[in-house]
Design a protein around this ligand. Structure first.
Ligand code: 4NP
Length: 157
């Protein structure tokens, strides 16, 4: 079976969406599902293009056993729409920008990460708030809910 392809998206692609990419991949690996998912992340802005993950985010993840040293920011492109099954923003602003960059979401691929949880809401940008613990907890909750839901749907299919 083809892997499910997921693209996480935020404004800069140096904090939240890389955290989601690496957390989701780690969760899938821990459940023995590595081969079932292809995960990546991208930015809606060009601001940080080519830059590594923001040091505070990298450190926070490293302290929890996840190494993000190979990740460099890249900007969302129109071809990403066909390439991914799920395109997942961190906050409403990302979703608005995704629609602006990718056009009409005819296949209903675009959601917000915490829309997959029982308490839909935005994930605040830790680049501005400095609150990496809050961002990590929200992203963890969203990734776990997403993985649970996708696996549940696969079993029912
Ligand atoms: P992120 O945080 O969207 O979670 O990666 C940001 C990082 C950088 C900028 C904005 C948000 N920036 O404008 O440079």
């Amino acid at each position: 079976m083809q892997p499910t392809k997921i693209l996480f998206v935020c404004l800069g692609n140096i904090c939240r969406s890389p955290m989601a990419e690496y957390l989701f991949r780690d969760m899938a690996r821990r459940r023995g599902l590595d081969a079932q998912y292809q995960v990546a992340s991208a930015a809606t802005s060009h601001e940080e293009e080519g830059n590594p993950v923001y040091p505070a985010a990298r450190r926070y993840m490293q302290d929890r056993g996840i190494d993000m040293s190979g990740k460099y920011a890249r900007t969302l492109t129109a071809s990403d729409y066909a390439a991914y099954d799920y395109i997942i923003g961190m906050e409403t602003r990302n979703v608005v920008n995704i629609h602006r960059l990718l056009g009409e979401d005819s296949a209903h691929k675009v959601t917000r990460l915490l829309d997959w949880t029982t308490l839909p809401r935005d994930i605040a940008d830790p680049w501005y708030t400095g609150d990496f613990a809050r961002a990590y907890d929200d992203i963890y909750e969203g990734c776990a809910a997403l993985l649970d839901r996708l696996e549940y749907d696969k079993r029912r299919a």
